[in-house]
Design a protein. Structure first.
Length: 179
């Protein structure tokens, strides 16, 4: 039984030597290609695993970045809220209506005469707070604008007025002129 099956068939005369060699070669080639396919499959599996890990890492990094940005936005909103709560002026007893523009809509806010005057001179500003509006000092409004400029609804620019006044500073208005 030491003889292989092919040798036994050759001795029995059922197969020629040529066919036997052809069968051995094809068997050898098949085994060799199977080994290559296994290696390829292993490499493909490893590559897929690497791609999956890289994709998961990228998704995790993106998610962490989004969470960090959301936390920063929340912190900025908390800072803005705190600035408004600490510096808002009381409008109780306000009988004078101050009209201001928010986008394309004109809004009306009832304030005291002192606040009305300061709003006109640019010393105070109007900011959006919760579902309403609050009046705060202009200095605080500038700090809020650094954090979130969408919060400040109405702030008069005092620099533009001073430039206009400077243009006509050389011209004297006569004392006897009555308007």
């Amino acid at each position: 039984m030491a003889n292989s099956f092919g040798d036994q068939l050759l001795k029995a005369g059922l197969v020629s030597k040529d066919k036997l060699n052809k069968a051995k070669k094809s068997k050898y080639k098949q085994q060799k290609s199977d080994k290559k396919n296994k290696d390829r499959a292993a490499n493909e599996t490893a590559e897929l695993a690497r791609k999956a890990v890289a994709g998961k890492t990228a998704r995790d990094r993106e998610l962490n970045l989004q969470q960090k940005e959301a936390a920063e936005r929340k912190a900025i909103q908390a800072q803005v809220r705190q600035l408004i709560e600490m510096n808002r002026l009381s409008r109780d007893g306000g009988e004078v209506g101050y009209n201001f523009q928010e986008g394309a809509v004109v809004r009306k806010l009832f304030v005291t005469e002192d606040i009305y005057d300061k709003l006109g001179r640019g010393l105070l500003a109007i900011v959006r707070f919760d579902s309403g509006y609050e009046v705060i000092p202009s200095v605080v409004a500038e700090k809020i604008m650094l954090r979130d400029d969408a919060c400040v609804v109405c702030q008069k620019d005092t620099r533009a007025d001073s430039e206009e006044d400077d243009l006509y500073a050389d011209y004297k208005v006569p004392d006897d002129l009555m308007w």
